[in-house]
Design a protein around this ligand. Structure first.
Ligand SMILES: [Zn+2]
Ligand SMILES: [Zn+2]
Length: 148
């Protein structure tokens, strides 16, 4: 996906969580199916033969306010495009939603097919989603300005 900082689905418990996006929905593994349930994760770091390697660790609660992570439900985002793993010969290489190659896809990350149970429309993430849409729009305008 072409944006630098992908937006994340986070719990709605507190402002600190919304600002820092420390706990986020994530599909384990490279290939995923949108029918598969993502889980809540935090970032961790491990030593791999002397090198620090980031990885994700399942989260049970918010590190700021201590609220337990919420149950998740299928999201309802109306017209907003959300990335899907492609099917057919190109499986895994093209987005099943916009049909562009994965790296050119501007759709929201696949985790956005899911939402906290208390916020299925992801109203709590309105700013995050708006910033993403603005970046997509700017990238398109830059591409036109650069003639490609
Ligand atoms: Zn919190
Ligand atoms: Zn796409």
């Amino acid at each position: 996906m072409s944006f630098d900082v992908p937006p994340r689905v986070t719990p709605t418990c507190c402002l600190q969580m919304q600002v820092n996006q420390s706990v986020f929905l994530y599909f384990e593994g490279f290939e995923f199916d949108v029918a598969e349930r993502p889980k809540w994760y935090v970032k961790g770091i491990v030593d791999s033969a002397g090198f620090p390697v980031e990885h994700v660790v399942e989260a049970k609660c918010c590190p700021f306010c201590g609220t337990k992570v919420p149950e998740i439900v299928k999201s309802n985002l109306g017209d907003l495009k959300i990335h899907k793993t492609g099917s057919g010969n190109d499986s895994g290489y093209r987005c099943g939603t916009c049909k562009k190659r994965n790296r050119e896809c501007d759709c929201l990350p696949p985790e956005f097919h899911w939402a906290p149970a208390n916020d299925p429309n992801l109203k709590s993430l309105k700013d995050t989603i708006d910033r993403h849409l603005l970046r997509v729009q700017q990238a398109k305008e830059d591409a036109i300005a650069n003639g490609d």
